[in-house]
Structures are given as structure tokens and as C-alpha cells.
Design a protein around this ligand. Structure first.
Ligand SMILES: [Zn+2]
Length: 108
């Protein structure tokens, strides 16, 4: 049985941090473009990288939320693919991990 109390705590703070990051990115993206053309090019590049970050943060929010759901379900710490117990060191490093190391390797 995984130590879900500690995992829940770190997942919840991770989620809060991700949501803060997400709203900051959304705000940045909502800024109107500068009228100066050269500035505009730079800002558009920034927007591209912001959109990339936004997608990444959104994905992380999904996996952290899923991990919290697995805690509720009592399936936390089990690989969602093969059902094997995920190594505690792995969960410590990545509390949101849904796959055991073997499945995660296969995924890549
Ligand atoms: Zn697995």
C-alpha cells in the first residue's frame, strides 16, 4: 500500500502550482500584440513558446488530477496499464506517475 497521504499532499500542491502557471500563461497570451512590427515578430515567437508551455501545463494538470482520482479510488501506486505496483522511488520522484517503469519504457 502506497503512502497516499504524502502523495496526495504533494499532488495537491503540484496542482495548485500548475494552475497558477496556467493562469499566468493565459494572461500573457491575452496581451495584445505590440504595434511595432519588429516587436510583433518577437512577441509572436513568445506566444508560440507560451502555447507550447500551455499545452505542457494542461497535460500535467490532467495527469496530476488523474493521480488524485486514483488515490480516491484506492488504485494509486498501481500501473494503469499492467496493474503492477509502481516502485516507491518512482512515485517519490513523480507522484503523478501512472505507469510502472516497464510500461513507461514501452511507451517511448
Ligand atoms: Zn505497467
Amino acid at each position: 500500500m502506497a503512502d497516499t497521504a504524502a502523495a496526495r499532499k504533494s499532488l495537491e500542491s503540484q496542482l495548485a502550482e500548475l494552475k497558477t502557471r496556467q493562469s499566468r500563461i493565459v494572461e500573457d497570451l491575452a496581451q495584445p500584440l505590440d504595434r511595432d512590427a519588429s516587436e510583433q515578430a518577437v512577441e509572436m515567437e513568445d506566444d508560440d513558446s507560451l502555447r507550447g508551455q500551455a499545452a505542457l501545463v494542461a497535460r500535467e494538470i490532467v495527469s496530476v488530477t488523474r493521480a488524485l482520482t486514483r488515490i480516491e479510488d484506492g488504485t494509486y501506486g498501481q500501473c494503469v496499464r499492467c496493474g503492477a505496483v509502481i516502485a516507491p522511488e518512482r512515485l517519490k520522484a513523480r507522484p503523478e506517475a501512472a505507469l510502472c517503469i516497464a510500461c513507461a519504457r514501452n511507451e517511448q
